[in-house]
Design a protein around this ligand. Structure first.
Ligand code: MG
Length: 164
């Protein structure tokens, strides 16, 4: 059984996954405005993934007999100075998610809530993947600097992302 506190923390993460989708949609829209259509495509898929993550929390909270509730989602940053800033912000955001998942796991372990620990396992793997995808993007964009031909080349590569 999960405590009321643990269920609240799970619900907070449900809302944070939705907030993540909102953050990535803002990045998609800003990219569209700047003609970075590949990045916009990548960010739209990323936002869809975040909604899928939110729904995993939704289902799990319901399975654990908890209450799913919707909280206010803060307005995300809507304008970015560069693709590097977008990817740096995305990486920083995913690091917060990773820290949240660890915090949830620590609480679940403290309570001996094995169901929650088992549920969170998938997210540890997912967070490694998110960070390991974004880190090289940041490194590459730092190397590219303000060479816009290379930025648009990279943008085109991001446009190749398939629904995964
Ligand atoms: Mg997520």
């Amino acid at each position: 059984m999960a405590s009321k506190k643990l269920l609240e923390m799970l619900n907070d993460q449900y809302n944070f996954e939705l907030e993540s989708a909102y953050v990535y949609l803002a990045m998609a829209a800003d990219s569209t405005n700047k003609g970075l259509d590949g990045t916009a495509h990548w960010m739209q898929l990323q936002a869809q993934e975040e909604i899928e993550h939110a729904m995993k929390f939704y289902e799990f909270i319901a399975d654990m007999d908890g209450d799913v509730s919707q909280k206010a989602i803060p307005e995300p940053k809507n304008e970015y100075d560069s693709l590097l800033e977008i990817m740096e912000t995305a990486l920083a955001h995913e690091k917060i998610v990773t820290a949240n998942i660890y915090e949830l796991a620590n609480k679940a372990q403290e309570e001996g809530c094995f169901d929650t620990l088992e549920f969170l396992n998938w997210f540890f793997m997912e967070q490694r993947e998110e960070e390991n995808t974004l880190k090289p993007y940041v490194q590459r964009l730092k190397a590219i600097g303000d060479n816009m031909i290379e930025v648009f080349r990279f943008d085109a590569e991001l446009g190749q992302r398939e629904d995964d």
